[in-house]
Ligand binder design. Structure first.
Ligand code: CP
Length: 323
């Protein structure tokens, strides 16, 4: 495989190779000199048509730590505002010597189109497309969970799966590319996944997904899961704060928020995760987000290692994912 577009494209071996390579990359990041010469002479273009903090910065850090040159493109302030298409933007970047393209776009399928329309002949890494996929987020979530589930938060042994783990994913499943990617990857790795959401935020066709679904957060927590992944309520994909999906922020927080009462009920074994950015007081209270059980900062840190691994496997070892 030449691209990283969707978790659905990965075999178990591919996923384990990515996670094990990410652990190897993480080991290099505790050295005094973090930079590796691996991608010297290569150019990575970050093509962001949608806002991002963590993904954009960590792809940039990952490419730079592998000694690649980085060109950052943001649609704000670009010729996209004059009507330039994704195709013409991609052709322009290829003409500037891009060796790999990282793309985030509000349209589901944009990364696939960029990779397979024949416009550019370079590896494409999906940094989030609409409500479809966010594969590197799922990989960094799996890396974080694998460490906590199997080794007390320390680096996981090679080829470790998530067999036997129970992961609860809570909130705005409907708009979440993270939920779609996490369900696919966690189940591929052997975990049991339970989705929790109000009926209005459960996607049509969810019964085909490899997971359970419940509307009752308290029942899911009573099963003492190994991790609870709180999803951001994606207000920008709703016409107003609740957008008709829930009565009010207060009611959402009471039924589906990780509030103080639910947080205090968690046992020590449950890792608290969130892809960010956080709506504190809506899907998660500050006490939970800032607690010792929270691994949210570790998720961000692992994001750099995962993105180094993806760039390395697609660029340095020429399509080694899924070969
Ligand atoms: N988790 C995530 O994708 O965050 P950003 O939108 O800040 O990149």
């Amino acid at each position: 495989m030449k691209h990283l577009i969707s978790i659905a494209d990965l075999s178990l071996d591919d996923a384990l190779r990515l996670l094990d390579t990410a652990e190897a990359m993480a080991a290099t990041q505790s050295r005094a000199v973090k930079k590796l010469p691996t991608l010297r002479g290569k150019t990575v273009v970050n093509l962001f048509f949608e806002d991002s903090t963590r993904t954009r910065l960590s792809f940039e850090a990952a490419a730079k730590r592998l000694s690649a040159d980085v060109i950052n493109f943001s649609s704000k302030g670009s010729s996209v505002s004059k009507g330039e298409s994704l195709k013409d933007t991609a052709l322009t970047l290829q003409a500037m010597g891009a060796d790999a393209v990282v793309v985030r776009h509000s349209s589901s399928g944009a990364a696939h189109r960029l990779a397979h329309a024949g416009w550019i002949n370079r590896p494409v890494l999906n940094a989030g497309d609409g409500t479809h996929q966010h594969p590197t987020q799922a990989l960094l979530d799996a890396m974080t969970l694998r460490r906590h589930y199997t080794n007390g938060g320390r680096p996981a042994e090679p080829k470790t799966t998530l067999e036997g783990a129970h992961v609860v994913i809570v909130g705005d499943i409907l708009h979440s590319r993270v939920a779609r990617s996490d369900v696919q990857l966690m189940s591929l790795l052997g975990a049991h996944v339970t989705l929790v959401a109000p009926p209005t935020l459960v996607p049509v066709g969810v019964e085909e997904w490899p997971c359970d679904v419940t509307y009752n957060f308290d029942e899911a927590l009573a099963e003492n899961p190994d991790a609870v992944i709180m999803l951001r309520v994606q207000r920008e994909r709703m016409s107003s704060i609740g957008g008709g999906f829930f009565p009010s922020p207060g009611e959402y927080h009471r039924a589906y928020g990780l509030d103080i009462e639910r947080f205090e009920r968690l046992t020590e074994k449950t890792a608290i995760m969130h892809p960010g950015p956080l709506n504190r007081g809506l899907e998660i209270c500050a006490e939970a987000a800032d607690s010792v059980q929270s691994v949210i900062v570790e998720q961000v840190n692992n994001g750099v290692s995962v993105r180094m691994a993806a760039l390395y496997l697609l660029l340095a070892s020429q399509g080694a994912i899924n070969e």
